[in-house]
Design a protein around this ligand. Structure first.
Ligand code: FE2
Ligand code: FE2
Length: 356
């Protein structure tokens, strides 16, 4: 459970996987059809995969994630609300990184014999994600919080996605991760007075890891053309873009905005620029992207904020589960209605020759 009494060094809240509060925006853990992934034919793109492997082997951030002297101090002087917003950020980010680690590691193990080149790249990506999760995990005690990752991995429910959906979802989550980290880095480089905790100075190199991961996921999509051709690809591109974008929007605006404000950012501006950059870049991977210049896109997301806040409040309440579920229904229906309309909005075809 996430702490609500942050400013006491004697109380170290434990987030152990069993007492953890879940929201509809809590990061998920994924599993897939490993046999189908193992039998993927990559011969037409063998050289691209070999080049990608060399990039990962170079291990540019081997010595990057080391806590230096700047961490060796108390952070209790920070406002209790800021400390709580850091806990929410750290818990969400660490869980996402750890979820990536588990998935990539499992793929690497299962593909090792039958698709060794792809398996080795996944293994090196899991190395990166383990570093990221570990580094965030080490920051938690600075805010009197602990997350037991080994217990979390055993108690989490896993969601099954077929391989092509894993590639869509991981491509987007890696690229959005890249843009999130780089935009925070750029903001704090321009406004160093807001760098109130040393974790942020690691973001510039960190985001390059996520960028490489995203490029590899793009290669996985491109090397299996059926993944990105035809009406189904159009449908799933829309679906994943909208799901990932709406999740980030609602998470950041409704749950994490105090974190961004604590480091001097305008949350709405930040979300808008991250989504626009990720959408623009996704045209290199998907046959179409969303029209984020259409004001209706932002208006409909804004309409989802109130029902989302109501759902989050109910989730945190002490009501019995059945009452929570019942009371959430009207808000969930309102959000579903907006999502449907967003899904049906006119999309923007990717320029030909960019994606393939
Ligand atoms: Fe990562
Ligand atoms: Fe990553």
């Amino acid at each position: 459970m996430v702490a609500t009494q942050p400013n006491s060094s004697s109380a170290t809240p434990s987030v152990n996987g069993t007492g953890r509060r879940e929201t509809i925006l809590t990061p998920r853990f994924y599993t897939t059809d490993f046999d189908a992934m193992a039998t993927m034919d990559i011969t037409a793109h063998q050289a691209d995969y070999e080049a990608m492997l060399q990039e990962f082997k170079a291990d540019y951030n081997r010595k990057h994630f080391v806590r230096d002297d700047e961490f060796r101090q108390s952070w209790d002087h920070l406002d209790p609300e800021i400390q709580e917003s850091f806990r929410v950020f750290l818990e969400g980010s660490c869980t996402s990184e750890f979820s990536g680690f588990l998935l990539y590691k499992e793929i690497a193990v299962r593909l090792k014999e039958r698709n060794p080149l792809v398996a080795e790249i996944f293994s090196l990506m899991s190395r990166d994600e383990a570093r990221h999760a570990g580094f965030l995990n080490k920051a938690m005690p600075d805010f009197h919080l602990q997350l037991d990752l080994s217990t979390l991995s055993k108690t989490k429910k896993y969601v099954y996605f077929e391989p092509k959906f894993i590639f869509y979802a991981t491509y987007l989550s890696e690229k959005i991760g890249y843009w999130r980290y780089i935009k925070i880095h750029q903001h704090l480089a321009a406004h160093p007075e807001h760098r109130i905790y040393p974790l942020f100075k690691f973001f510039e190199s960190w985001c390059q890891d996520e960028n490489r991961h995203g490029d590899f996921c793009n290669l996985l999509l491109r090397s299996q053309p059926k993944n990105i051709e035809g009406w189904q690809a159009n449908f799933w591109s829309r679906f994943f873009l909208l799901s990932v974008f709406a999740t980030m929007y609602l998470n950041d605006i409704c749950i994490r905005s105090s974190f961004y404000e604590a480091i001097g950012m305008d949350t709405r501006q930040y979300v808008e620029v991250v989504l626009k950059e990720t959408n623009r870049e996704s045209a290199k991977a998907f046959p179409l992207v969303l029209d984020l210049d259409n004001p209706e896109f932002w208006e409909r997301l804004r309409c989802c904020e109130e029902p989302m806040t109501r759902i989050a409040a109910l989730q945190q309440s002490e009501l019995p589960q059945w009452q929570k579920a019942l009371r959430k229904l009207p808000s969930q229906a309102a959000i579903a209605g907006h999502f449907l309309r967003l899904f049906l909005m006119k999309a923007v075809p990717a320029p030909k020759g960019v994606a393939h």
